[in-house]
Design a protein around this ligand. Sequence first.
Ligand SMILES: *[C@@H]1O[C@H](CO)[C@@H](O)[C@H](O)[C@H]1NC(C)=O
Ligand SMILES: *[C@@H]1O[C@H](CO)[C@@H](O)[C@H](O)[C@H]1NC(C)=O
Ligand SMILES: *[C@@H]1O[C@H](CO)[C@@H](O)[C@H](O)[C@H]1NC(C)=O
Ligand SMILES: *[C@@H]1O[C@H](CO)[C@@H](O)[C@H](O)[C@H]1NC(C)=O
Ligand SMILES: *[C@@H]1O[C@H](CO)[C@@H](O)[C@H](O)[C@H]1NC(C)=O
Ligand SMILES: *[C@@H]1O[C@H](CO)[C@@H](O)[C@H](O)[C@H]1NC(C)=O
Ligand SMILES: *[C@@H]1O[C@H](CO)[C@@H](O)[C@H](O)[C@H]1NC(C)=O
Length: 391
Amino acid sequence: MDKMFSLSVITLYLLHTITAASSQVSAIQFNNFGYSGAYTPVVDLANIYDDTCSCAVASKPTTFSGTNTPLNEEVSVHFRGPLQLYNFASYVSQDFTLGDNSGEFTRLSFYDSAEGTADNVTFLTRAGKNSSCLGFGLTYADTDGISKANSPTVLADDTLINSNQEYVIFSNLTCDKSGVNNDCGVYREDIPAYHGFYGTTKMFLFKFSMPNETKSAWDVANYNMPAIWLLNAQIPRTAQYSNDVNCSCWRSGCGEFDVFEVMNVTEYTHLYSTIHDYQGTDDIESGLAGNGYIDRDLNGTMVGGVVFDSTGKVIVWMSDDTTFDETVQAGDLNSWIKGAEKNAVTTTLPTASLAVATETGTGSSTTKKNSGVVVARSSLITVLSSLLWFI
Ligand SMILES: *[C@@H]1O[C@H](CO)[C@@H](O)[C@H](O)[C@H]1NC(C)=O
Ligand SMILES: *[C@@H]1O[C@H](CO)[C@@H](O)[C@H](O)[C@H]1NC(C)=O
Ligand SMILES: *[C@@H]1O[C@H](CO)[C@@H](O)[C@H](O)[C@H]1NC(C)=O
Ligand SMILES: *[C@@H]1O[C@H](CO)[C@@H](O)[C@H](O)[C@H]1NC(C)=O
Ligand SMILES: *[C@@H]1O[C@H](CO)[C@@H](O)[C@H](O)[C@H]1NC(C)=O
Ligand SMILES: *[C@@H]1O[C@H](CO)[C@@H](O)[C@H](O)[C@H]1NC(C)=O
Ligand SMILES: *[C@@H]1O[C@H](CO)[C@@H](O)[C@H](O)[C@H]1NC(C)=O
């Protein structure tokens, strides 16, 4: 390969990545979401309450390709405080193309805090037993979102979770028993295991508030850094926060999408959106963020959502026009987004993956924590050839 040419390719890539400071927007769009990649699912969790606790991932990776991969797989929906959730809904569509008014979305789940109803919604939280390699297990969440309940429970109307407190929403479909070839794969057997939300073309709507933190001590982790994000639903069913990379498929790239996330206390009023897989990056910890942020309203409620369309366009928007109807017509959805789109930022993802999934890498398989990925020198060639693919 010609050296000068490679250098200019790298320079172009870096310029493309670094230029243009982040600005305040109402919508964050990603085009060309989905690529040809692979991840390694967890196939074994052993002695989970012993010091000898260990996990293993498949020796043969699960490959994927096509629209919205790998998040075309089932996802769970995660919430971190300070946050109060008023409404949540999940939708699927046979066919929806951003900007095209044909088609519709059908609501499959709906939570309404004022009504105290949670249709096809199961609230879980990490209030289970602590395992040396898996961390805390999921349990049903009680009305406060963070204590353990013994059966599915709807959150109390005014439930505010504080910094670093989290709950998760799954569907109400229970998993078959844990097993490599079963519907939910291998999972931690002492948890209430539920399916996530399926669909290549899907949408999630949220009405929520993220008030300024006043209750937690400033030194708590993730202080005043609220977030709403999606994970491949396999991740929380094995281990969301683990120090062992083999206890979750996260490190190998089974997928995370951050919808509305405060990244640090300096920018505590900015909500960013980030993809964590290997599309266009070899740094899964940092992921690939949209080049703009949506304002976090510290006082009022916010309404918005994320839609994955049938052509690999994914858009996060905030607009008070958004409603939670049982059927959402494509035209209505486009009009909500269009309002927000006047002030939007778009990132077109490269088709290539910049790294092969690393099963053996050291460091945390944790989402929302940092630990660097060391890129082996030998992979530079791969990086260069992948860059050539998309420039
Ligand atoms: C799941 O939710 C649907 C929709 O609300 C409801 O019809 C169904 O009875 C629920 N199933 C279970 C097992 O709770
Ligand atoms: C949970 O277990 C891990 C690993 O053994 C340990 O480091 C951590 O301190 C435990 N957490 C609590 C709150 O007991
Ligand atoms: C509940 O959500 C799951 C996951 O998306 C879906 O498979 C199921 O059909 C939904 N149930 C109903 C009654 O719509
Ligand atoms: C929000 O809380 C932080 C402390 O966490 C404080 O520094 C800041 O002034 C507060 N912002 C407003 C607008 O009150
Ligand atoms: C906070 O996060 C934003 C977005 O990722 C980043 O641009 C900024 O440098 C971060 N600030 C600090 C102090 O880390
Ligand atoms: C908005 O919230 C901030 C921080 O909680 C507070 O300082 C401020 O007074 C509020 N503003 C209004 C207009 O209520
Ligand atoms: C993870 O599994 C791989 C084999 O797939 C093994 O080489 C590696 O040592 C394991 N990592 C840890 C931290 O156990």
